[in-house]
Design a protein around this ligand. Structure first.
Ligand SMILES: CC(C)(COP(=O)(O)OP(=O)(O)OC[C@H]1O[C@@H](n2cnc3c(N)ncnc32)[C@H](O)[C@@H]1OP(=O)(O)O)[C@@H](O)C(=O)NCCC(=O)NCCS
Length: 155
């Protein structure tokens, strides 16, 4: 998916605010550009007035789509933007023929509440996968959701 430079600017502005530097989860502009040039990566933005409040980045492969990044700026959180982005992601994955969607998150990330509302369930764990800037080791949890269902939260 080719992204206009403006969209990448907006993604990077959100990236700078949304991800806790303690965990080193933010991607560089180069990483985003390289991913989007590949053709199997997709993104979506959510706007609040004229500003970008959040984005997602995903990668489609064969019959699965992985959510690589999902971020909303702190000042716009708990307004439903994360859920809107997840809905965009799921609709895109479905339109590309994905049978399953996947994501990986740090154990303890409160985003888990959001994912569970969308019927994601935990399918795996990578013990001590993440290392924080303070040296703590945290598990990575893999979540998946089959796409034969309706994606609306709270069904
Ligand atoms: C996770 C994130 C994208 C959620 O964005 P958001 O716009 O606040 O999400 P929403 O407002 O759509 O939340 C929908 C629901 O998810 C749950 N939820 C979202 N954030 C939550 C939190 N911090 N604590 C508890 N529940 C939360 C709630 O049930 C919420 O509904 P409610 O506000 O009516 O209670 C945002 O907090 C973020 O950018 N976090 C930092 C980056 C990150 O960790 N991304 C995920 C990587 S796996």
């Amino acid at each position: 998916m080719i992204a206009p430079a403006d969209d990448i600017d907006q993604i990077m502005a959100v990236m700078a605010l949304a991800f806790d530097p303690q965990f080193g989860e933010a991607w560089t502009r180069r990483q985003i550009e390289d991913a989007l040039v590949l053709g199997n990566c997709h993104y979506g933005l959510v706007m609040e007035k004229d500003c970008c409040a959040g984005f997602f980045l995903s990668r489609f492969a064969y019959d699965e789509e992985e959510l690589l990044l999902l971020g909303v700026i702190p000042s716009a959180r708990r307004n439903g933007y994360g859920a809107q982005l997840l809905e965009q992601f799921l609709a895109g994955a479905r339109s590309r023929g994905a049978a399953r969607v996947l994501l990986e998150m740090r154990r303890g990330n409160r985003a888990e509440n959001l994912y569970r509302q969308f019927h994601f369930t935990q399918i795996g764990v990578r013990p001590y996968y993440y290392r924080s800037s303070t040296g703590d080791r945290l598990d990575a949890l893999t979540f998946a959701c089959q796409l034969q269902q309706d994606y609306t939260a709270n069904d």
